[in-house]
Design a protein. Structure first.
Length: 218
């Protein structure tokens, strides 16, 4: 089965740490974000971790290199960060009309691609971002790392992230057994309700088509 645990960039003794230990999960506090376990959840203090869904996340890592929720539907990379950050991201991603991820709930497997993903993510973060809480810069940095490494990523629904630190009450989470897997690109998948499969496929097909047209103009 291998080891499973949580890595935090800063101590959170009354929050994630306490809840993790109550569930007999290992915890490492290290701002350098090491891939400390065979299956690691990277999160930050104040994040509402969906504890009941963690067994499903560990299972996903049997097949994928990483699993991470989408951040917000309708918010793309072009809407985030500074002008400089968007320019750096466009050089790697090419088209900024792509969704970004909730890297405050990032599951990574300790294999070659998982290690490469975390190394690239750390490289893309500057010293200012490493010392701060979660920002738009973190989301863009992860996007660049993901496009550089191209690992097998299982993209989870936005409902996996319960933003309790922001006073946000998320909609009721569907059970993992109620979700189906949809391939949106080579090695990239999302999970959604069965009735939303066509909508999800159409959304990502349009994004790829726009990106293709833009590439031809160049």
């Amino acid at each position: 089965m291998g080891s499973k645990g949580i890595v935090l960039p800063a101590a959170d003794p009354k929050g994630v740490e306490a809840q993790a230990k109550g569930r007999k999960l290992l915890v490492t506090v290290d701002p350098e974000m090491p891939l400390a376990y065979d299956k690691t959840l990277f999160t930050v203090p104040g994040t509402g971790v969906p504890w009941d869904l963690l067994p499903h996340a560990w299972h996903f890592l049997e097949r994928w290199d990483a699993a991470v929720p989408l951040w917000r539907y309708g918010t793309n990379a072009i809407d985030l960060g500074s002008k400089e950050e968007r320019k750096r991201t466009q050089e790697v991603v090419r088209d900024l009309r792509v969704l970004v991820h909730s890297v405050e709930l990032l599951f990574v497997r300790d294999n070659a691609d998982g290690q490469a993903l975390m190394e690239a993510y750390r490289e893309e973060l500057d010293s200012r971002q490493k010392a701060s809480g979660m920002t738009d810069g973190h989301r863009l940095a992860f996007l660049r790392a993901m496009y550089r490494v191209k690992p097998r990523v299982c993209v989870l629904p936005v409902t996996w992230l319960a933003e309790v630190a922001q006073g946000y009450v998320p909609p009721r989470m569907p059970r993992a057994s109620q979700l189906v897997q949809v391939e949106i690109g080579p090695g990239q998948f999302v999970r959604c309700r069965p009735e939303n499969v066509e909508k999800v496929q159409e959304q990502f097909a349009k994004m790829r088509k726009r990106g293709g047209r833009r590439g031809k103009k160049r």
